[in-house]
Design a protein around this ligand. Structure first.
Ligand code: TLP
Length: 355
């Protein structure tokens, strides 16, 4: 149960730091990270690079800044970026991509967040533009970057299978486009599949991942990539106002995330599964069990003739907080502050609210 007495399923971002994290934060050795002199940040970045198998890492204040710094590092103004249409970088970042990087998103519908390679190929190789008598060509131009998200937030935490990622990355190389991976929850994907994070990361020029979701640290994300790209990203982080000073105080908790909080994500997945199965028993069409692969569940209220907003209100009255990412659906996430008993409480609240 969370501190406020609610079963808080709104997001895994609501997790509070563990006692070990608080201790590490209190005792962290610090310096000025804009000078590159914070030993704890440096240690975190070395650990992140090692675990992901990349040359270098950069600690950033949020997942959104990570996405935007990576986008700015990997593109130029006017570039085309292929994304799945529900991607966080497109849907939840206040149009920061076009605003800050000047990119054009070419959004394609995916299946469980997975892009269709044939559709990407069709867009990337289309030559349907108009040519004036003077020979000017009106085309959106070539694809410069392919951005994937794993696990996929809007697709109920679905895993982007390694083989699909590999095929997409190979195609991106073929057309000389870059590859970006929003791996905010890549450790969830890795724990669920047994595929090392390194294998996913190896397919991207830059990958980001978050400490402040299932890994339960209070603040921060990391970008990982080659030494050269991370050096460029460091410049963009500063330009975006993300150069932090004695950031070791928060980075210390992220080191605990990487060393102590990864394996336990399996508990979150088991709880999500139990919650989803319980909901499916109450309303078989309410949950697509195939999509519940990690820690995110969407209850399709509209599909079972319920008003999602009213249902969320009734759940709240029973002490269960939920959120939503699209009309008609109620989103729930399990995390370290959701225990077995909380799953029971959530199921009891649904039972009462639905009948
Ligand atoms: N996701 C949040 C909300 O913004 C929707 C959540 O509660 O799930 N990439 C992915 C895949 C994300 O899910 C998120 C956050 C981010 C990036 C951005 O991270 P933050 O919130 O740290 O900026």
């Amino acid at each position: 149960m969370s501190l406020n007495g609610f079963v808080d399923l709104r997001s895994d971002t609501v997790t509070t730091p563990t006692p070990e994290m608080r201790r590490a934060m209190a005792e962290a050795e610090v310096g000025d990270d804009v000078y590159g002199e914070d030993p704890t940040v440096n240690k975190l970045q070395e650990l992140a690079a090692e675990i992901t198998g990349k040359e270098a890492a950069l600690y950033v204040p949020s997942g959104t800044m990570g996405n935007q710094v990576a986008l700015r590092t990997l593109t130029h103004h006017g570039d085309n970026v292929i994304v799945e249409e529900g991607a966080h970088i497109l849907q939840y970042e206040l149009n920061a991509g076009p605003a800050l990087s000047g990119v054009q998103f070419r959004a394609l519908p995916g299946r469980g967040g997975v892009l269709n390679l044939d559709e990407v190929r069709a867009i990337a190789t289309a030559r349907t533009g108009w040519t004036s008598p003077a020979g000017e060509v009106a085309l959106p131009g070539r694809i410069n970057l392919v951005a994937m998200e794993n696990t996929h937030n809007r697709a109920s935490g679905a895993i982007y299978p390694l083989e699909d990622m590999r095929a997409m990355a190979a195609f991106a190389r073929e057309i000389e486009a870059g590859v970006y991976l929003d791996g905010a929850r890549i450790f969830n994907a890795s724990v669920a599949t047994g595929v090392p994070v390194k294998d996913y990361a190896s397919l991207a020029d830059i990958m980001s991942f978050c400490f402040s979701k299932g890994l339960a640290a209070p603040v921060g994300s990391c970008l990982v990539g080659s030494t050269d790209l991370i050096a460029q990203a460091r410049v963009w982080r500063k330009r975006y106002g993300g150069g932090m000073r004695q950031a070791g105080v928060i980075a210390a908790a992220c080191i605990v995330s990487l060393t102590q909080m990864v394996d336990r994500l399996a508990d979150d997945h088991a709880n999500a599964r139990r919650l989803a199965q319980g909901l499916a028993e109450l309303e078989p069409k309410g949950v697509d069990l195939d999509t519940v692969q990690t820690n995110i569940i969407n209850f399709e209220a509209a599909r079972v003739g319920k008003d999602a907003r009213a249902l969320m209100g009734a759940l709240r009255d029973e002490g269960v907080l939920t959120s939503t990412t699209r009309p008609g659906a109620i989103r729930m996430l399990t995390h370290k502050d959701v225990e077995d008993a909380d799953v029971d409480r959530a199921l009891a609240a649904y039972k009462k609210a639905l009948t």
